[in-house]
Design a protein around this ligand. Sequence first.
Ligand code: ZN
Ligand code: ZN
Ligand code: FE
Length: 764
Amino acid sequence: MNNKHNSAEILIRGIVQGVGFRPFVYNIATSMNLTGWVRNSSNGVDIQVSGEPLLVEAFIHRLRNEPPPLSKIDQFEVRWGNSQHFDKFEIISSLEQPGMFIPISPDVCICDDCLSELFDPLDRRFRYPFINCTNCGPRFTIIQDIPYDRPYTTMSTFMMCDYCKNEYLDPKNRRFHAQPVACPECGPHIWLEEKRNEIAHGDDALRIARKMLKEGKILAIKGLGGFHLACDAKDKNAVSTLRIRKQRIDKPFALMTSDLNVVMQHCQLSFHEKELLSRRERAVVILDQLPHSTIAKEVAPGQSTLGVMLPYTPLHYLLLEPEPDYPDILVMTSGNYSEEPLSIDNEEARVKLDNLADAFLYHNRDIHIRCDDSVIRSIPGKEGPTSYPLRRSRGYAPDAILLPWKLPPILATGAELKNTFCMTKDQYAFISHHIGDLGNFETLSSYEEGIRHYENLFRCQPQIIAYDMHPDYLSTRYALERAENEKLIACPIQHHHAHIAACMVDNHHPAGSPVIGVSFDGTGYGIDGTIWGGEILIADYKGFTRALHLEPFPLPGGDTAIKQPWRIALSLLWNSGLEWEVWLPCIQGLNPKSIDSIQKQLVNHINTPMTSSMGRLFDGIAALAGTHQYVNYEAQAAVEFEALADPDEKGLYEFDTQAPLIRHIHLIEAVVEDLRRNTPLPIISARFHRSITEMVNNVCLQQNQETGIFDVVLSGGVWQNMLLLKSTFTKLERSGFNVIIHQNVPTNDGGLSLGQAIIAYHNI
Ligand code: ZN
Ligand code: ZN
Ligand code: FE
């Protein structure tokens, strides 16, 4: 407390630029008759304030406690003094210090003020698709360089008109220094193209686009972070056509609805899920579908859930404006062929999406960095429902995770699939937007561009490079090449250790306090050169021991087995010494030749890498029990197997858990026995899920006996299985464990880079 000093210097760090911080400071200071100044610096906002000591104190209290909605204060430093005198309070020009950086705001959905102007016929920006203000609009996707100023954004090509300029320069206006400010007179515009001919622009383009959607057409729509492909979600033919054109056979499509009431017609919606949908990040929220929903079943084949989001740009609100007979719920899937990166550029879209869309709704505000929609879901937590991220991208990136340590510049290059990379500087870990699967050339270039962009934005020149141990990951090759060329310290990190560390740091787990890490995953390279993925690790940030793991089994055909889970089913039977009986669902559809060749492979160990992967065990059991024998996206058999489980079933199978092996021979035998007795699939599925929960609990109790550790961390792709996550969480809590699960970064490989960076830091 201070009651004698009449002036103070305040230094604020965090997301404080481009979010209306200076006018906020200015308005409070002038309303309290204080004098001094505020300015942006290269690493935050600096304030000098002078006046009655009690008023200065009240001023500081308000800065701390009612900051603008988009700001995020990480550091707040006050230095008291007595000597300063000023005539008035002003906003003064920025101070540039080379090498400094500030966190950048993610893109933000349209705010309520702008939304009401959008639909106000008397407003200058009535029905203008690019309306925005200090509290809303594009940020990360339009920033080319720092400082965040209009000339360094893709808005630089638009000259502000006098009206916009006046708002931009007026500290009392809610568009003061809103860099993307624009109006119909001076800003970007939309137009509609059919067969590469412009057929309409402005409001006409919108009207015709809506009509086309209503008629069952497929539209490519340029959004905030890239193009979407859109069609009426209730139109079975439109959705099927989109699937065929996009070459995406079964993987679910995301939906966008006009408002929460529409969501409620199709999905179960808790209070917390409503809140998640309405958050300004506007992620896709995974919801349980209602049985009477009229959404075409082609939207999410074989699933009991739907991924839904609310509109986030003014253009989306205009597209979904409620009107009788017009679609109130649209498929909004990424504008690309399966596996390719999202299109962001008009010319690129015109070529690449030519065969996918019937018409194109374009705009001329360039997207500098592509950013896919984020995906989350609501799960029960220790203190009520909490959010569980599945993809952290638009709305979140490049927001930093605040670390309890000050780190040197580290670049962690992530995994191969669902890639993100992570860069650390000071107390920040900047996890990138979703890059995708590095398998193809386009994604790889977008990865390299992304890394360069982050290095520039955050003025970060990595000294250390952390990467996955898998020698064939493109992210690994990239890391090794850079380490060699730039003489960086190279840190190979084990995949499942990285998963556990990511979850630990995601939950601010202290260093030097080991956990029981249950890393259940698809695939990851083990230190013995085999494929791991069913791992119980005793781990801290520095290292780990492999306490137990799933008994390894062969994967006939390697990666082919992921697409053809019947191969895993046969391998599991073979590994357990069980016959390949012809009546088994996984044998029935096969021709004798395939069976023969798998047998030869297994006997002679030809292309049969050994794996302890829990994800693959799921695939194999799902196939064995009779779901898909062939799948067209990763873990499809397992995902549909989960959806089938009978919630009332109480039985289970058994694992043998004698360290270091978790054996599944008896479990396979029991599943075959159940199949022989014609036990329904939903019962087998429920029993299998329950047996894993039971096994995890037993193993954790064992490990607790040996180590005294009560903290259990659940991480890895298998924990996207909600049935398994919920029951295991509850069971472990009841056993007295402190269960730690992800809250800000995904449990799948999208969260891996964070773990890699932190492990590298603790090993240098
Ligand atoms: Zn706004
Ligand atoms: Zn204007
Ligand atoms: Fe993984």
